[in-house]
Design a protein. Structure first.
Length: 319
């Protein structure tokens, strides 16, 4: 069994998609459709930068999606790989869940681009710049990360401070967990992390504290947008970030996408659940981020990251 998987924020880089577009009319069509849907020259930004503009959440999210969908469409149209025939499940990390739904036909490309643009803007607007932060706890599992986050909140209260939010945002793999919340609480967690068993704690270069309760205004914005979106049953089930369970019902998908804005990304559990369901092969489109995570979660699984035309040719041979 096989799962097609799609990366999240942080996988963007200037030049993404450029070589693919030069080699394939199919890729160019995807980028042109996204540009038209958003009313901006997003592909030019992806190709040429500047990097600071591409890093903006409202640009990074649709850009990462467009790059992954372009890669998949080239594999489908020019490599003869039909998702419905070759994949048993799809999944994506955070915004990658929208990419997965687009890949599986639950959302059309233009709608996905507009939803991600809105999602990026709403997430950025939910918390004033500088008030929130995220940090990666390395050499740390979920239980240890929860202990560190809780200790940070308790320490601030003991010092006479207000009760702040510090919670697990991404359970990525057995050795990497990301926390999110108020900047003061995240900085306290970083300070405590080594003494509580983490190998290392790193403040992440993000513009907002994603996947924590501070994102509630963004969740409300997405709930309204998703009500108006034409969301159909996907060709294959999607493993949702929020509960790591396969879902195909459009109503359930809408509900889970709203929860996802404030909820934890259960990537480790999702991979374990897909593996337990029989998935032995994971194909990542548009990035080389999730494949290494999958190997740390399920060492006996086979992974392939598909970005270039050469990668697509290799995928065709393996299918």
């Amino acid at each position: 069994m096989r799962a097609f998987i799609f990366p999240g924020q942080g996988s963007q880089s200037v030049g993404m998609g450029k070589a693919l577009a030069e080699a394939s009319a199919t890729a160019r069509e995807v980028f042109a459709e996204v540009d038209e849907a958003l009313g901006q020259h997003l592909f030019r930004l992806m190709s040429e930068g500047p990097a600071d503009d591409l890093l903006l959440t409202e640009n990074a999210q649709p850009a990462i999606m467009a790059n992954a969908i372009a890669t998949l469409r080239v594999a489908e149209k020019e490599g003869g790989i039909r998702l419905a025939d070759k994949a048993d499940y799809v999944a994506g990390h955070s915004l990658g869940e929208y990419t997965a739904l687009c890949a599986a036909g639950a959302l059309d490309l233009s709608t996905t681009a507009r939803l991600l643009k809105l999602r990026g803007r709403a997430m950025q607007a939910a918390v004033p710049v500088g008030e929130g932060a995220m940090a990666a706890l390395l050499g740390t599992d979920l239980e240890k990360a929860q202990l560190i986050a809780g200790a940070a909140v308790d320490a601030i209260l003991a010092e006479g401070g207000a009760e702040l939010i510090c919670t697990v945002a991404n359970d990525n793999d057995p050795s990497q967990v990301v926390i999110s919340g108020h900047r003061l609480a995240i900085e306290k967690a970083i300070a405590l992390a080594k003494d509580l068993g983490a190998k290392r704690a790193v403040l992440l270069p993000v513009s907002a504290p994603f996947h924590c309760p501070l994102m509630q205004p963004a969740a409300e914005a997405m709930e309204a947008a998703l009500l108006d979106a034409d969301l159909r049953a996907p060709l294959v089930p999607v493993f949702a970030n929020v509960d790591a369970v396969a879902v195909a019902d459009p109503g359930a998908i809408r509900h889970l996408l709203v929860q996802q804005v404030t909820g934890m990304v259960r990537w480790r559990e999702s991979v374990l659940a897909m593996h337990a369901a029989g998935v032995a092969h994971f194909v990542e489109f548009g990035g080389k981020v999730l494949g290494p995570m999958v190997k740390r979660i399920a060492p006996d699984a086979e992974t392939l990251s598909v970005i270039t035309m050469d990668d697509i040719e290799e995928l065709v041979k393996k299918m």
